[in-house]
Design a protein around this ligand. Structure first.
Ligand SMILES: C[S@@+](CC[C@H](N)C(=O)[O-])C[C@H]1O[C@@H](n2cnc3c(N)ncnc32)[C@H](O)[C@@H]1O
Length: 186
């Protein structure tokens, strides 16, 4: 039986703007739902590295996406992103790095390893961080209908502090909430 794609995953993947040939890193990728949607889009050198700190989660990513692993399109890593050492990843540079509902970027920004992630992006590469599951979740406005915290503002401030990132934007209108940044070129 095919696992159902959660609505928030179905909504966020098109917002990655993929052509299919990108080298992609997903952070907190369990249970592999986004990977399963992205897999059929891959072409040419397109590849996904899916990272999660949970051993059970990593097993689920594998089970859900065995065909992509067998095709050489997917690498799955049990790894805490707060301990990530950029030198240990292959490929060494990514065109797109994204995460959905990985809270460390606003709960413990000093531990989120943003400098390492920025260093893993190819020049012009994009970082997309999504929050929430449905309309109104993870809203970017303090006092909005979600938890009341300004997730978008907190995460944007974290990304803006990194000198290798530019063009930080918050989309709090579409669901899920998205905070986006690009790696400076040159
Ligand atoms: C709330 S779940 C979201 C799962 C999926 N991305 C989604 O949006 O449906 C958070 C996931 O991120 C992983 N995660 C949280 N913090 C992490 C960290 N510091 N390093 C790696 N993975 C992390 C968890 O193990 C879990 O699989």
């Amino acid at each position: 039986m095919t696992d159902r794609t959660p609505d928030h995953i179905a909504r966020l993947v098109p917002r990655l703007g993929l052509t299919g040939t990108e080298r992609i890193l997903e952070l907190g990728a369990a249970p592999g739902a986004a990977v399963a949607v992205i897999g059929p889009l891959l072409a040419g050198d397109g590849h996904v590295t899916a990272l999660d700190r949970s051993a059970v989660g990593v097993r689920r990513i594998h089970e859900r996406n065995r065909d992509l692993v067998d095709a050489g399109r997917l690498t799955v890593l049990e790894q805490d992103l707060t301990m990530l050492d950029g030198d240990s990843l292959r490929p060494a540079r990514f065109d797109v790095i994204f995460a959905s509902n990985v809270n460390v970027f606003w709960t413990h920004p000093d531990k989120a390893n943003v400098a390492t992630l920025a260093g893993l992006l190819a020049p012009g590469g994009r970082l997309h961080l999504f929050y929430g599951y449905g309309p109104g979740d993870g809203v970017s406005r303090p006092g909005g209908p979600g938890s009341g915290r300004d997730t978008g503002g907190l995460v944007a401030a974290t990304l803006e502090r990194d000198s290798a990132l530019t063009a930080v934007t918050v989309d709090g209108v579409s669901a899920p909430l998205e905070i986006r940044a690009s790696r400076i070129v040159g």
